[in-house]
Design a protein around this ligand. Structure first.
Ligand code: NAD
Ligand code: LMR
Length: 328
């Protein structure tokens, strides 16, 4: 039986991730093959014309699940009745731009969008922030939405998770489907700590199949710096893989994670593993098909502890910087 339509709002809809994302949402990959979708595309005024072109193409696909397309340059309208918000549009760092300027510019985007979500979105709104710095932008949006539970604001760590799985699979010569229980702790930045401590390959501990030198000298830096390597190679940041990770994150959030596995999601800390409450942090998580739950009771090695601490420091610094700027 067909379900009720779900309203999905995508910001930065005319950008390169938007272009890779919208068609998959409309095809049913985000929510499942029985869920009709109403798409709200948000752009800045200069992006509206290009968004209209994308909307024409979406129409031309004749997707059976796509019920409506609306384009806005006002967040209050774009988030009206939204059930899912994909916050992709962000201010990119440009040459010579200081970190504080970047944080302030993004505060000016994610604060008002958080408020628009607070005031206009549906009660079951679920938000994934993709635009960088994703974890801190999610914190800003959540703080501007006091009536929405903080657990509904998440940041994208799934691309890092998928990258980590791909690197391990290639190293051990196994299909990616054989790899379970990967984790990437912390921030979507070069500080992140990709961690194979609990990972298995066809049921065998991954740590028995790779040596410590490969992990320290290749795996961790390759995964953590993959975004920069793609920018270097492509001349633009990752787009299709980022869109794919956004689809994976929301699909698992809404439909649940597979039995016997978990995924990495950037969620508001509840104090687990010593991460200060409220920081939006990459944790191994399961979903019961509605809410993320941080996997509890994992044994933390010295290396993992150091990785977690490095990320706490980095995210506290970002949080304190936006507080000083009056954005939080
Ligand atoms: P892009 O520059 O191609 O597109 C961004 C779009 O956002 C543009 O069309 C722009 O007009 C729009 N925009 C800017 N401000 C907006 C606002 N206030 N409201 C609505 N739209 C707005 O960028 P992209 O390649 O699509 O990347 C988008 C973001 O995603 C960047 O911040 C990028 O760094 C980030 N990203 C994150 C991950 C991750 O894993 N978390 C991975 C890849 C990229
Ligand atoms: C990525 O991880 O590919 C992006 O976050 C890189 C970037 O800076 O946009």
């Amino acid at each position: 039986m067909t379900k009720s339509p779900v309203t999905v709002t995508v910001t930065g809809a005319a950008g390169q991730i938007g272009y890779a994302l919208l068609f998959r949402i409309a095809s049913g990959a985000l929510l499942g093959p029985d869920t009709p979708v109403k798409l709200n595309m948000l752009e800045i005024p200069q992006g509206v014309k290009a968004a209209e072109g994308t909307a024409m193409e979406l129409n031309d696909c004749a997707f059976p699940l796509l019920q409506e397309i609306n384009i806005f340059d006002d967040p209050n309208q774009a988030f009206e009745g939204a059930n899912v918000g994909l916050l992709v549009g962000a201010r990119p760092r440009t040459k010579g731009m200081e970190r504080a300027d970047l944080l302030a510019a993004n505060g000016g985007i994610f604060g008002p969008q958080g408020k628009a979500i607070n005031d206009h979105a549906a009660d079951d709104i679920r938000v994934l922030v993709v635009g960088n710095p994703a974890n801190t932008n999610a914190l800003i949006a959540a703080s501007a939405a006091p009536d929405v539970p903080a657990s509904r604001f998440t940041a994208m760590m799934r691309l890092d998770h998928n990258r980590a799985i791909a690197q391990l699979a290639e190293k051990v010569g196994a299909p990616v489907a054989d790899i379970k229980k990967m984790a990437v702790w912390g921030n979507h930045s070069a500080d992140q700590y990709p961690d194979v401590s609990y990972a298995t390959v066809a049921g065998k501990p991954a740590a028995d199949l790779v040596d410590a030198a490969w992990l320290d000298e290749y795996f961790v830096p390759t995964v953590a710096k993959r975004g920069a390597a793609i920018i270097e190679a492509r001349g633009a940041s990752s787009a299709a893989s980022a869109a794919n990770a956004a689809i994976d994150h929301v699909y698992n959030w809404v439909n649940g994670t597979p039995e016997g596995d978990w995924v990495t999601a950037g969620v508001a800390s509840d104090g687990s593993y010593g991460v200060p409450e409220g920081l939006v942090f990459g944790f191994p998580c399961t979903s019961n098909g509605g809410e993320w739950e941080i996997v509890q009771g994992l044994e933390i090695s010295d290396a993992t502890r150091a990785g977690i601490e490095r990320n706490i420091k980095a995210l506290e610094e970002e949080r304190d910087a936006v507080r000083e700027l009056g954005v939080l």
